[in-house]
Design a protein around this ligand. Structure first.
Ligand code: CA
Ligand code: CA
Ligand code: CA
Length: 303
């Protein structure tokens, strides 16, 4: 019985080449040819081809989802050496979401795309409030563009990714939200989530509350920092008055108003005037200060 099996085994090892019979048309004819795994030469009356099955060596890549694979293997044994975390783009608006992606770096220098739910996601630092099991990251509110780091774990390996949470709104951060004052200004002078930064409070005791100091541009933690307005005569010009006020900031609009009687009438915009600036000081000259009494005030607004 043994001896009879041997010829059958040998026959099974012979790989027969693929064959193509002769083909022709009015324009060409190809005689019988063969092609096999070695990619032998094929030829006809019109051409010859040194064929190659190709692809045995080399690396193939796919951009999205990121993947690198070696050609010609029907199977691949590998160990995971690291996790590559990505997002596109790597920014996320505050109170919005960004999809995270991950790939496994393998020990043969290839990369295998991972489904986001294969990865265990976590927050390392920064204002990311939540990452769900599908890798969707939710950003919290910020007072300025703020960096964050997220992490993905897979098979005892992990990778991290830096994100930037973009500040979209200026009055939405923590306990400073929706109070009419730019959150960055409140953090600048009071730090994060300090109750003393509330608009109606006067923590430096100068009689001007935080909202007023924010609009005016003074320091809310320094009682000596105040808005000053002075009125002076102009030498040799009896019909003029010089108004000087500070601080004058470039991102505010200042409107000088007047009235001639405090018990009747209303304030009106001063139009008979010239003005000049010297640093944070503005000088306004009223060229028609002829009434017996004239009272001034300065309106300050953001553009
Ligand atoms: Ca904000
Ligand atoms: Ca605020
Ligand atoms: Ca104050």
């Amino acid at each position: 019985m043994k001896t009879n099996l041997l010829p059958l085994a040998i026959a099974a090892l012979i790989v027969l080449p693929a064959q193509a019979g002769p083909r022709s048309s009015a324009s060409y004819s190809i005689s019988a040819e063969t092609a096999d795994g070695g990619g032998r030469k094929t030829s006809s009356a019109s051409y010859s081809n040194d064929g190659s099955i190709g692809g045995i060596a080399g690396i193939g890549t796919v951009v999205s989802p990121a993947e690198i694979a070696k050609h010609g293997y029907i199977g691949q044994l590998y160990d995971v050496t690291g996790v590559l975390v990505s997002a596109s783009p790597t920014t996320v608006n505050e109170a919005s979401t960004r999809q995270l992606n991950a790939s496994a770096a393998l020990d043969d220098s290839t990369v295998l795309a991972l489904a986001a739910n294969q990865v265990s996601w976590s927050i390392v630092t920064g204002p990311i409030s939540f990452i769900n099991s599908s890798g969707l990251a939710t950003a919290g509110n910020v007072y300025q563009d703020t960096g964050a780091t997220v992490r993905g774990d897979y098979q005892q390996k992990f990778g991290t990714l830096g994100l930037t949470v973009l500040n979209v709104g200026n009055d939405d951060f923590g306990i400073y939200a929706n109070d009419g004052i730019d959150d960055a200004w409140q953090v600048q002078y009071f730090g994060v989530n300090n109750p003393n930064a509330a608009p109606g409070l006067d923590p430096d005791g100068d009689g001007q509350n935080n909202y007023y100091e924010y609009i005016v541009g003074t320091v809310p933690t320094n009682a000596a920092s105040r808005f000053n307005l002075t009125i002076n005569n102009v030498v040799g010009q009896p019909t003029q008055k010089l108004l000087t006020f500070s601080p004058r900031l470039t991102d505010r609009i200042y409107t000088v108003e007047f009235r001639t009687n405090l018990s009747a009438g209303n304030f009106a915009t001063l139009t008979t005037a010239t003005q000049s600036d010297n640093g944070t000081i503005r000088m306004v000259t009223d060229t028609n200060a002829v009434s017996a009494g004239k009272f001034y005030r300065v309106g300050i607004t953001f553009p």
